[in-house]
Design a protein. Structure first.
Length: 377
């Protein structure tokens, strides 16, 4: 038989509980008497000794006597300058991570990397002419600053790249998904957003952009408008080409975003129902002469060709809906079987890349064969 104390009595006085022991009460008193421990801050001298800025100052100060005595190109001052610049870059990057918000720290980090890169490029490009512009006492320290800026800038640029790759690898809170097929009793349907544009227009636009960038770069090279450090560095040259192509590319993306319209495709047993920008057309499968369904890649699209309709809807350049990718789901097997049954045979694209841009092409090929077999009089 288990004894129970009256309601509320055991809470008010624990000694009246049937399982009360004196050891429990002593343990409770001891636990209550122990104060909460708060970690004490580190002493100032330990914070100074573990600071990269302090050791950067020590390294640069140790290299200063060689620099002031015009022996700054020796091995010891060069190593000390490089070490001091590297430690200074580490300290600046660490301070950006301790900003009040991650976004503010990122912008400060990018600004420091750009400023140090610009200063280093200016000092290297100016060369001895830039040193002659400085007063005599500042010329030797300027050389030390050049050596120190190399590892400092490199470390800050690597930090920016590290932050970018971290954000790119971080899984999104609400990841975007590919539109899915909706199946009912009569068939399959899917809704998406697209731009009515033939794929040939997209190809010609890319060719025009390449010609424009090549023309601008050729003019800059012929007129000697490019600095030496740009024309002699392949990576900087490619970066310049990307910067030239960026404005027209953004204009093209803006135009495509304005022309984006909602669309939908529905496959029934004997027909294809397609709707775009308030228009709706129903095409029997027997009347379709060519169907292209590219689900992903830079040319994701739907192309339909028939005697009544010729339509191309580009999905890759359209502005996708909320939570969706600019892609299409693969064709269901039942739909592919229905297309084959209607006389549309799959065409194998030899030069296609199925992993990057999976594409399905169906054509009514037997009509051309039958017409070719008919003898002419």
């Amino acid at each position: 038989m288990q004894l129970r104390s009256p309601a509320g009595e055991s809470d008010a006085n624990p000694s009246r509980h049937p399982r009360y022991r004196k050891d429990d009460a002593q343990g409770c008193r001891y636990a209550r008497s122990v104060p909460s421990t708060v970690p004490s801050p580190r002493p100032w001298w330990r914070r100074v000794l573990t600071s990269p800025a302090f050791w950067a100052l020590v390294s640069l100060s140790a290299a200063l006597p060689w620099v002031l005595t015009e022996r700054g190109m020796g091995l010891p001052p060069m190593i000390l300058s490089l070490l001091g610049g590297w430690l200074l870059g580490i300290d600046l990057v660490n301070r950006t991570f301790r900003a009040r918000s991650a976004r503010v720290g990122l912008w400060i980090h990018v600004a420091l990397a750009v400023a140090c890169s610009g200063l280093m490029i200016y000092l290297v490009e100016s060369g001895s002419a830039g040193l002659r512009m400085l007063p005599e006492p500042l010329r030797a320290p300027a050389i030390m600053v050049q050596f120190a800026l190399i590892p400092a800038t490199g470390w800050m640029v690597l930090g920016v790249l590290g932050r970018i790759t971290t954000v790119a690898r971080r899984p999104a809170r609400n990841p975007r998904t590919v539109p899915e097929w909706v199946q009912d009793k009569t068939g399959f349907s899917v809704g998406f957003r697209a731009v009515r544009m033939p794929v040939a227009a997209l190809v010609w636009w890319g060719v025009a952009l390449g010609v424009m960038v090549a023309t601008v770069l050729s003019v800059l090279i012929v007129t000697d408008a490019l600095p030496r450090w740009v024309s002699t560095s392949p990576m900087v040259f490619l970066l310049l080409a990307a910067l030239i192509a960026l404005p027209p590319f953004l204009v093209f993306r803006g135009v495509c975003a304005l022309r984006t319209v909602p669309a939908s495709v529905r496959f029934t047993r004997g027909a294809l129902l397609i709707a775009w920008d308030g228009q709706e057309r129903s095409v029997p499968l027997q009347r379709i002469t060519r169907l292209v369904w590219c689900s992903a890649g830079e040319s994701a699209r739907v192309e339909i060709a028939s005697p009544e309709l010729s339509l191309s809807l580009l999905v890759s350049v359209a502005r996708p809906g909320a939570g969706e990718l600019a892609q299409l789901p693969p064709l269901p097997r039942r739909t592919e079987a229905a297309l084959v049954e209607a006389g549309l045979m799959p065409v194998i694209q030899r030069k296609s890349r199925p992993r990057r841009s999976p594409i399905s092409v169906f054509e009514r090929v037997f009509e051309s064969n039958s017409s070719a077999a008919t003898p002419t009089r």
